[in-house]
Design a protein around this ligand. Structure first.
Ligand code: 5AD
Ligand code: FES
Length: 348
C-alpha cells in the first residue's frame, strides 16, 4: 500500500480501482503512513494553522425528512426554534469579540427565512463587522436565490452532497433529488461562491465502493471546502438503532481527501469530536485544518440535535473558544483567527 500512497502523494490522484484497493487494505502501518503523508501535505500548503469558524445554528425547522437527521420534518419530539436577525447579530458580535472573522449561518430548510430575510441578515452582518466572511449553509435553493445571497455579500456556501451513491442517496432522502443537489453545487460554484461539499461516514449499507465514488466526485468538483463526519444515530429518527461511523474510517477519508485535493479547507467536525473525546485532534493529525466552534446561544444549543451525544451543547462561546485553542495547541498546531480563505484567494 505504501507504493500507492506515495503515488497519491506525488500526483494527487489515483484511479477508482487504486482507491478501492487502498480502502480495502488499510492495515495499521498503511494508516500511519497515509496520515503522515496527509499531514505533510497540509503543513506544506497551510503550515500548522488551524482556521476557526464561528457556527450559528439559527433555525431547526426543516421541510426535509432525511432519515438520519434529528431535525427532520416528521420528528414531532424536536423542540423547534428560530433566531431573529438581532439574535444572529448578537452571536456575531460575541464572536467578533472572541476574534472570529468567519460566521457560518446554518439551518434547516425553513421557508420562514425568505430570500429578503436572508439578504437582510447577510448584508447586516457584512455592514456591521469589518473584513469578515459569511458562509451560508441553508440547503437547496434556486440559482436566483443563491445569486441574491451572493450579491448581498455571502462569500461561501456549504452543501454536503451527503453521499454520491444515487441508490443510497435516494434511500435516505424521501422527496429529494440527487440530481438537484448536484445541480445546486454547480450553480453555487458558477455564481462565484467558495463552495463546500461533503459526506457522512458509516451510513447503513455504505461500502468502500461508495466512498470511492464520493472521492472521485470531489476530485472532479474541486470544491474549496469538504465537510465529512461520522454518521451518528439520533434516537427520534428511523435510523435510531443503526451503528455510528468510526473515528478510524473518518480519519482515513480525511487523509485521502487531503491528498486528492491538497489545498482544500477540511474541518475536523463536531460529529467527529462527539464520538470520541480526542476525535477532532485525530482529525487534525490526519490532515484536517479547520474547526467550527459553536456561537449559537446556549439556550438553543441542545435543540439543534442532528444526532445524539453532540458535544459543547452546554458551553458558552468563550469556553469553546478557549477549550478548542488548548486542544489545537496540544495537538501541535496554531490557531488562526483570520478569515481563512482558500489558499488560491488569500493575499488578494
Ligand atoms: N449524524 C451525523 N451527521 C449528520 N448530519 C445530519 N444528521 C446527522 C447524523 N445523524 C449532517 C449532514 C448535514 C450536516 C449539517 O449534518 O451531513 O449536511
Ligand atoms: Fe466546545 Fe471544547 S470546543 S467545549
Amino acid at each position: 500500500m505504501k507504493r500507492l500512497i506515495d503515488k497519491l502523494y506525488d500526483s494527487n490522484n489515483l484511479s477508482s480501482d487504486e482507491l478501492l484497493l487502498l480502502l480495502n487494505n488499510m492495515d495499521e502501518e498503511s494508516k500511519k503512513y497515509l496520515h503522515m503523508k496527509a499531514n505533510e501535505t497540509r503543513l506544506h500548503i497551510y503550515n500548522d494553522k488551524v482556521y476557526m469558524r464561528g457556527l450559528i445554528e439559527f433555525t431547526n425547522y426543516c421541510k426535509n425528512n432525511c432519515r438520519y437527521c434529528g431535525i427532520r420534518r416528521d420528528n414531532k419530539d424536536a423542540s423547534r426554534y428560530r433566531l431573529s436577525k438581532e439574535e444572529i447579530l448578537d452571536c456575531c458580535k460575541e464572536g467578533y469579540r472572541l476574534g472570529y472573522r468567519t460566521y457560518v449561518l446554518q439551518g434547516g430548510e425553513d421557508a420562514y427565512y425568505t430570500d429578503d430575510k436572508i439578504v437582510d441578515i447577510v448584508s447586516s452582518i457584512k455592514a456591521s463587522f469589518e473584513d469578515v466572511a459569511v458562509t451560508l449553509s441553508i440547503g437547496e435553493k434556486s440559482y436566483e436565490s443563491y445569486k441574491k445571497y451572493f450579491d448581498a455579500g455571502a462569500d461561501r456556501y456549504l452543501l454536503r452532497h451527503e453521499t454520491n451513491s444515487r441508490e443510497l442517496y435516494d434511500s435516505l432522502h424521501p422527496d429529494m433529488s440527487y440530481d438537484n443537489r448536484i445541480k445546486c453545487l454547480h450553480d453555487l460554484k458558477d455564481i462565484g461562491y467558495q463552495i463546500g461539499a461533503g459526506f457522512m461516514i458509516g451510513l447503513p449499507n455504505q461500502t468502500n465502493e461508495d466512498f470511492v465514488q464520493d472521492l472521485t466526485f470531489l476530485k472532479k468538483l474541486q470544491p474549496h471546502m469538504v465537510g465529512i463526519g461520522p454518521f451518528i444515530p439520533q434516537s427520534d429518527t428511523p435510523l435510531a438503532d443503526e451503528k455510528a461511523g468510526t473515528v478510524e474510517k473518518t480519519c482515513i477519508l480525511l487523509s485521502l481527501i487531503r491528498l486528492l485535493l491538497p489545498e482544500v479547507l477540511l474541518p475536523a467536525t463536531t460529529a467527529l469530536g462527539s464520538i470520541n473525546n480526542k476525535g477532532r485532534e485525530q482529525g487534525l493529525k490526519a490532515g484536517a485544518n479547520v474547526v467550527m466552534p459553536n456561537l449559537s446561544p446556549t439556550s438553543v444549543r441542545d435543540k439543534y440535535a442532528l444526532y445524539d451525544g453532540k458535544i459543547c451543547t452546554g458551553d458558552e462561546a468563550a469556553q469553546c473558544r478557549n477549550c478548542i485553542e488548548n486542544r489545537i495547541k496540544m495537538a501541535g498546531y496554531e490557531v488562526d483567527m483570520s478569515r481563512g480563505d482558500h489558499i488560491s484567494l488569500q493575499n488578494k
